[in-house]
Design a binder for this molecule. Structure first.
Ligand SMILES: [Zn+2]
Length: 269
């Protein structure tokens, strides 16, 4: 190979490297007015908690314009990091309902979520579909194994917060979760990000639902690239519309909830 070809390769290398460095520098610089996390909301789960208007006639005690960001099904290498970067850029904190076996496969990523100040919670061990078709013993094992994998990865227990795969709860497991002082989280609205769509379509859909809900727990999945691509714009939209982020953390005592509006009906089966 001639020295000319070598130097051309070196030049190309520099051209490739420089924009990459520039974009890293941009990513590190936060905006002057980040969205932020307006408040940390301790959530007591003693004796059981069931919140989220899609499933239960109770909501978290948050005010109009306040939203709780939740991400399910991770941690997922290549996607969760992008969600974390977007949240860090706007200094916003969220709750990640993780699948135990994903935590076991990616313990460092689970630790990174925790180290960034987010809440790590449990979304079962293996995401069975559905828990209603399995025995109580198998379901109890799903929760215990899921929580154990989180504790193993983090070196401490995660939050005593659980979200059923597909919101498919069972009366028997609900009673056991309440006895264990584990809170059950549904959600108030979602992005339907399991449906393939562009980030722009997802943004339009979820911000429209946010307008209707006016407050509440929103569900995303940090396993879908379209969501990771959309989250920066979603956070900017919250900021532009002067909406705020409430970050849920484990709290003392029993549940404090708001009742569902009159005429409420369950919207998941
Ligand atoms: Zn899920």
């Amino acid at each position: 190979m001639s020295s000319g070809r070598l130097s051309r390769r070196a030049t190309l290398g520099a051209l490739v490297t420089l924009p990459f460095l520039a974009s890293k520098a941009r990513a590190a610089a936060c905006p002057a007015d980040p969205l932020g996390t307006a408040r940390t909301l301790p959530v007591g789960t003693k004796g059981g908690l069931f919140v989220g208007l899609k499933s239960y006639p109770a909501a978290l005690p948050i005010t109009e314009g306040e939203f709780v960001l939740t991400f399910d099904d991770g941690p997922m290498p290549g996607v969760t990091e992008r969600v974390l970067d977007a949240l860090a850029f706007e200094n916003a904190r969220a709750t990640f309902f993780m699948i135990g076996r994903n935590v076991k496969a990616n313990p460092a990523l689970a630790r990174r979520v925790k180290a960034a100040g987010h809440t790590v919670a449990c979304h079962s061990w293996s995401h069975p579909w559905t828990m209603r078709q399995r025995s109580f013993a198998a379901n109890k094992d799903e929760v215990e194994r899921g929580m154990r994998s989180i504790a193993d990865a983090l070196g401490e227990p995660g939050a005593p917060f659980f979200r059923y795969p597909g919101f498919a709860d069972t009366a028997e497991l609900n009673a056991w979760l309440a006895e264990q002082d584990i809170g059950v989280f549904g959600c108030d609205f979602w992005a339907s990000d399991w449906v393939v769509m562009t980030p722009g379509q997802e943004l339009t859909l979820v911000t429209g639902r946010m307008e209707k809900a006016r407050r509440g727990i929103v569900l995303f999945h940090d396993t879908h690239a379209q969501t990771a691509a959309m989250i920066p714009d979603f956070l900017r939209t919250l900021k532009r519309q002067r909406k705020t982020v409430a970050h849920i953390v484990p709290g003392p005592g029993g549940p404090v909830t708001l009742p569902a509006p009159a005429g409420w009906t369950k919207s998941v089966s």
